[in-house]
Design a protein around this ligand. Sequence first.
Ligand code: B16
Ligand code: MG
Length: 218
Amino acid sequence: MIKKGFIFDLDGVIVDTAKYHYLAWKKLAQSIDVHFSEAENEQLKGVSRVKSLEKILEWGNKTIEEDTFMELMALKNNDYLGYINTMDESEILPDVQKVLQFLIEKEQGIALGSASKNARTILKKVDLFQHFEVIVDGNDVIKGKPNPEVFLSAAKALNIQPEQCIVFEDSVAGIQAANTANMISVGIGEPSVLHEADYVFPDFTKMDSEFLNEIINK
Ligand code: B16
Ligand code: MG
């Protein structure tokens, strides 16, 4: 049996936590008088917490002390965790379980490659933690996406060559990271946004077993 490495991003691929990031960042941005809408939130997809706050401050032309920066990050994360705490299996995006089950049956390597420091908590909340042989998240990497570190670390932990890995990603930065890592990049979302990906699907309901088999045997 050929064993490939399938690396899943979390937010936007397995669950839609972007809506919770949005609510938490919006509240924070308002508190410091910075405009924040869905358009800004879009630009924070796949971006680390530190980099996200840096961007918000930049958009609002604000400079703050290091201590305040740390306080704001903690406030945002507390708010975000409040939303996460309400999550259960019903928030798993359509057909994610079907694809995972298929890959488990085919004895493929399954990893998570996320920028989030809350990834393990979220996977446990939605009861998917046990399906991941390897988890690399925001606690384990120094350089965020588009740097390929997160995916290269996942491949290494799976003990599978990067060229034998497939990444499922919803962010532009994540697709760039997968491409730089020499992996097959599969965008989950809009083809016009994810045009750098090798393949794009609107969601997992449109990805059939034929496609997965083809990629395993490639
Ligand atoms: P946290 P992903 C990313 O998750 C999100 O897309 C991004 O919006 C967020 O800022 C980042 O995680 C950090 O999240 O504050 O929980 O550490 O798409 O890489 O799974
Ligand atoms: Mg994502």
